[in-house]
Design a protein around this ligand. Sequence first.
Ligand SMILES: [Zn+2]
Ligand SMILES: [Zn+2]
Length: 299
Amino acid sequence: MSDEMSVLAGEDSVFGTVTVIGDAWSWLVLREAIFSGVTRFEDFRSRLGVARSTLAARLEHLVAGDVLRRGPGGAYLLSDRGADFFGCLILALTWGDRWFADDAGIPHVVTHIGCGERMSAEVRCSHCHDRVEAQAVRFESRPRPGRADSRRHRTPDLALLERERPSSVARTLQVLGEHWSALILREAFFGVRRFDDFQRGLSIATNILAQRLDRLVELGVLDRVPYQEQPLRHEYRLTRKGIDLYPVPLAMMTWGDRWLADGNPPVPLTHLPCGERFTSVLACGHCGEPISRTSVRFA
Ligand SMILES: [Zn+2]
Ligand SMILES: [Zn+2]
């Protein structure tokens, strides 16, 4: 991994994860690798319907971040940290299934082998094993603002993500798969609501921030609510749909803490109901048992 990536990871694990994984195309590359066992360039390309140059850049980025490694015959194989991204993907899949369930034709059917039910993943506290709600986790110190370099993060055309087939992961990525949107949501989960505070926290250009906030409102994840009459001012609050997304950035933070921060989380969390330092456990939403990549079956 490059020095730059380690420095970024030290600032905040969600930020580090966004940096190391990359944009929505990278998530979908990992979806194919983790859910479907894809290893070949041509297979990634035909399954995603992505341009060769785009795919080559994403694969190179994932190899540089030690998420994929090169295998015999030019194969792209999951590293340990790559395989562990399963948690982020399965939570993204669950959220997409829940909020876009009325859309027919979503092909990923994942079954928990333990209980035999269609998979819905959730995050539990490793101490008390309670299901974690967004309001029940408190951070002890705010992360230092990340120094994002937006030039290297061109926004993918999110409409293209489902070119080959519909997918709940792709739908979640409409919300979370773009660099700035992911970081804006991280700020929202840290309690930020006002434009100027987002702007300060992220050192983001005001026009880009305004555009991303509008988009998150359009997608139903944030609500634009007036908080002052004269002059009229608005703030951005997470909707129920937005709050329900919380496990995904939480899983991204967990992944970053585990793989990018040498086990020293830059932003330690406390689980309020039990009062313990929070570490997350991925569990089946039906039976509550812990799950991993090997305890689920993909149709
Ligand atoms: Zn707990
Ligand atoms: Zn289960």
